[in-house]
Design a binder for this molecule. Structure first.
Ligand code: TYD
Length: 412
């Protein structure tokens, strides 16, 4: 694997970033490997910085995007039935607005993955275009009838799209914008691609939730930014756009859906002012908040490791439920390997029979969880807690223990 690393060229001001949190050496969050590739594993230093003027919390540097998003990208959106439902509702909320009443409207989605969101427009014969850099998921999207090009989006690509398809009415992105180091380029491209009245609607894990739940596992190579309304407003103001609506979402452990338009074209909802005030009350505009967060993260590590060591002393078998990218941050920051968590179960076929990145816990088919249940299951896919606990009620009924680390290290 090519060892490539670069500083994020993602500042919206030219001010320096101050390091607020050091999560140590980390492999790629989604870098599940076979045992033969163990020796060549890629690691980078995961440090988080805060930029006081733009209020952006972000990685100091990120691995080259080609290392993260490629023909073997291990994340398929459609594996979760909850996410299927979420994207159906997301599409429904767009379809119900007057945004698509123009003659032959165009909907563009950045990072359309396997087409989980755009398919709802495709099946209604609405003109659409997905832009997806990972070849394997882009192929699935095209197979699902979602017109998709395999590309990294930037301002140049936006000009190409305008010449081929015209300007867009709606530009969508879900769990994508926070992945892109060259975000200012992307923001310029979106502004260029949208019609005057066009809107950008995107959602990403929300900083307010990360701070309140101490969910530091949201921080890994793919999440270059942890956005707040404050930082999104500053970022998009710099390209002539503003937030016109905000809606909190329960997905991915707590997300925010941001709707933006060109400055002065739409009337912002009063909720925008209210949420920005709430963010200031929570201290998201102050660096001290992030130093406190770092202390909470260190305390969370101590509690989790001590709990796992206690289980080990008691002879309990511990597995983890869900080979998430998020848990890569936890396992490597806390130095949790197969001695503390024997195996991880995951329903995604291409993750099975691999090892977790960095600390090499075997990832296996969920059958093992049913045939030989562990004493304790660490809820690494805690963002799907509702779906999982409901589905796996027999495990708890037979005395199985669920362990989570959000918002505190506790047995559920
Ligand atoms: P995801 O929510 O995408 O988290 P991340 O973005 O941190 O990778 O990952 C959830 C993982 O959990 C995914 O690999 C599928 C797996 N999973 C199961 O194995 N069983 C389940 O019931 C659910 C909901 C998820």
């Amino acid at each position: 694997m090519e060892h490539s690393m670069k500083d994020c060229h993602c500042r919206i001001t030219n001010k320096a970033l101050e390091v607020v949190l050091d999560l140590g050496m980390q492999p790629l969050g989604n870098g599940f490997i076979s045992s033969k590739d163990k020796k060549d594993e890629y690691f980078y230093h995961l440090e988080v910085g805060f930029e006081a003027e733009s209020k952006m919390l972000q990685l100091l540097r990120q691995p080259a995007p080609q290392l993260m998003f490629h023909e073997n990208y291990a994340f398929f959106s459609s594996t979760s039935s909850f996410m299927q439902e979420h994207f159906k509702n997301f599409a429904g909320s767009v379809l119900r607005t007057p945004l698509l009443t123009a003659d032959d409207p165009l909907v563009v989605e950045l990072g359309c993955n396997d087409g989980i969101l755009l398919k709802h427009f495709a099946t209604r014969n609405i003109r659409h275009l997905g832009i997806e850099p990972s070849q394997n998921v882009a192929l699935v999207a095209n197979k699902n009838g979602v017109n998709t090009i395999e590309k990294f989006f930037d301002e140049d690509v936006s000009h190409d799209i305008v010449s081929q398809y015209g300007h867009a009415d709606v530009f969508l992105a879900a769990n994508v914008m926070c992945h892109i180091g060259s975000i200012v380029e992307v923001a310029k491209g979106i502004e260029n691609l949208l019609k005057l009245e066009g809107v950008l609607i995107f959602e990403d894990p929300y900083l307010g939730d990360v701070i309140e739940k101490c969910s530091y596992d949201q921080i890994y190579d793919e999440h270059v930014f942890i956005f707040s309304a404050l930082s999104v407003q500053n970022l998009f103001n710099s390209v002539g756009m503003e937030i016109i609506n905000l809606e909190r979402q329960s997905t991915h452990g707590g997300s925010m859906r941001y709707t933006l338009g060109k400055i002065g074209v739409h009337t912002p909802s009063p909720v925008v002012k209210k949420i920005i005030q709430d963010e200031k009350k929570l201290g998201l505009d102050k660096i001290e908040t992030y130093f406190d967060f770092a202390k909470n993260v260190a305390a969370s590590r101590e509690q989790l490791v001590s709990k796992l060591k206690n289980y080990k002393r008691e002879g309990k078998v511990v597995s983890a439920y869900g080979a998430t990218s998020k848990s890569t941050t936890i396992y490597n920051y806390c130095d949790i390997g197969p001695d503390l968590i024997s195996y991880v179960t995951d329903s995604t076929p291409i993750k099975q029979n691999t090892l977790t990145p960095g600390t090499h816990i075997p990832v296996v088919n969920p059958e093992k969880f049913y045939q030989d249940p562990p004493d304790v299951a660490f809820l690494s896919a805690w963002n799907h807690a509702y779906e999982i606990l409901k589905k796996e009620a027999p495990f708890s009924d037979k005395g199985g223990i669920w362990l989570t680390h959000v918002p505190n290290v506790i047995e559920l």
